[in-house]
Design a protein around this ligand. Structure first.
Ligand code: GLA
Length: 352
C-alpha cells in the first residue's frame, strides 16, 4: 500500500546499526519544504548532486584576484546551503567530489588560469600544486565551519576507464591525466590525509566497478594506495538497469573490495526502470529488496558497509529523466512523494 513518505516508517531508522542511508540532493529540493521533511524523515546521509563539485567551488575571478600561479580562489555559497541543511537536520554528509575529470573547469589546468579554449596547459608541477591548494582549502573550510558533518570524502572519482587504452586501465581522456600522468592520484590522497579531520574516511569512487576488467584495474589502484595507507574505502556508484540486472556479479565485486579490508559505500544507486506499471514496479521492488538483502549478507560475512546512497529522492527529479532524457521510475518514492513497492521491499530487507 502506497503511503505518504512523511508518515511511512523510516528506512533510515531501519538501517541504523547497519549503515547510513543516503540520498543525492540538489538545490531545488532544499528550497521545497516537503522535500526537506522527506529527507529528514527517511534518510541519515546526504550527498550533493552538484553543489560540492569543483565547477561549483572554483571561482576564476577570485583566483585571478589572488595573483598567484597555484593558489585558487573558492566560493562556498551553494555547498554551505547544503551543509547548513545537513547540520540542522542531523544528516551526515558524503563529500562528493574533490578530484574528477568532469565538472572541473579547463582554466584550472591552463597556464595563467587562462579560460581561452585552446590555452596551453600548465606543467605537472603547477597542476599538482593547484590540486593541493584546492583540496586543503576545501577541507579546511568544511572542517572548520561544519565540524563533524562530513564523514567521508570522495577524493578521486572515476579515474579508471579501461576502454581508453591507458596504462593500468587509467582514464587518459582527462585533464588530470594529460597534465600529470598518474601522479595526481596518490598526490590527491596524500593531500587529503593531511586535510582530513579525525574520524573522516577517504574514498575512491567509480561506476561499473564490478565489471571484471574495471574491477581488476581499480583493485590494482586501491592496493597501491593501501600500501601507502592512503585510502579507507571504495565507493561503488551503482547506477543499474533493470533489464541488465545481475546481482551475483555485483555481489562478487563488492565482496572482493570488502576483502581488501576497505569500507564499502554504495554511493549513487538507482535502477533504471522505464515502466510505471504495476508489473515493472514489482520487478523493480524485487531487485531493490534482493540488493539490500545482499548488503546485509555481506555485512554478516564481515564486510564493513558504511552507507548506501540513492541517486535522487523521488521519481519526479532523477538525473535519468533530466540528464539522460529517459522515461524512468527508478527510486523508492513516486512523484507525489508516496512510497512505492520498492520502498516496502527495502524496508522488509533491512528489517530482516
Ligand atoms: C556520475 C557522478 C555523479 C553524477 C552522475 C550523473 O556518476 O559521480 O556526480 O554526476 O554521474 O548524475
Amino acid at each position: 500500500m502506497a503511503q505518504d513518505a512523511l508518515l511511512a516508517p523510516s528506512v533510515g531508522e531501519a538501517c541504523r546499526g547497519h549503515f547510513l542511508f543516503g540520498a543525492a540532493v540538489n538545490g531545488y529540493m532544499l528550497r521545497d519544504e516537503r522535500h526537506r521533511q522527506l529527507l529528514r524523515r527517511q534518510f541519515t546521509s546526504l550527498t550533493a548532486e552538484n553543489e560540492m563539485k569543483p565547477e561549483r567551488l572554483l571561482d576564476r575571478e577570485a583566483t585571478l584576484a589572488l595573483g598567484d600561479p597555484v593558489r585558487c580562489g573558492l566560493r562556498f555559497d551553494s555547498a554551505d546551503r547544503m551543509l547548513d541543511f545537513a547540520r540542522e537536520s542531523g544528516l551526515r554528509v558524503r563529500f562528493h567530489t574533490l578530484v574528477w575529470h568532469n565538472q572541473t573547469p579547463r582554466w584550472f589546468f591552463a597556464e595563467d588560469w587562462s579560460d581561452a579554449p585552446d590555452a596551453p596547459l600548465a606543467d605537472a608541477e603547477t597542476v599538482l600544486a593547484r590540486q593541493e591548494s584546492y583540496i586543503l582549502q576545501v577541507m579546511a573550510h568544511v572542517n572548520t565551519a561544519y565540524p563533524g558533518v562530513v564523514y567521508c570524502w570522495d577524493v578521486v572519482n572515476e579515474a579508471v576507464e579501461t576502454s581508453q587504452g591507458g596504462e593500468d586501465g587509467l582514464r587518459t581522456r582527462s585533464l588530470w591525466y594529460e597534465t600529470t600522468g598518474s601522479a595526481f592520484l596518490a598526490a590527491a590522497f596524500r593531500t587529503a590525509r593531511r586535510g582530513q579531520a579525525e574520524g573522516q574516511q577517504l574514498f575512491y569512487n567509480d561506476y561499473n566497478s564490478y565489471f571484471p576488467d574495471k574491477q581488476a584495474a581499480i583493485g590494482k589502484l586501491l592496493r597501491r594506495l593501501q600500501a601507502e595507507g592512503l585510502v579507507d574505502g571504495m565507493g561503488m556508484q551503482t547506477h543499474m538497469e533493470l533489464r541488465r540486472w545481475n546481482l551475483p556479479a555485483f555481489e562478487a565485486g563488492a565482496r572482493a573490495y570488502a576483502e581488501l579490508g576497505l569500507v564499502l559505500h554504495i554511493t549513487e544507486m538507482d535502477i533504471h526502470c522505464p515502466g510505471a506499471d504495476a508489473e515493472s514496479q514489482a520487478a523493480l521492488a524485487r531487485a531493490y529488496g534482493d540488493f539490500f538483502a545482499m548488503l546485509l549478507r555481506l555485512e554478516r560475512e564481515g564486510a564493513q558497509i558504511g552507507s548506501a546512497t540513492l541517486w535522487g529522492v523521488t521519481d519526479r527529479f532523477t538525473w535519468l529523466r533530466f540528464f539522460r532524457k529517459e522515461d524512468s521510475y527508478p527510486l523508492l518514492f513516486d512523484a507525489d512523494m508516496r512510497t512505492k513497492p520498492a520502498f516496502d521491499a527495502v524496508l522488509a530487507a533491512v528489517m530482516g
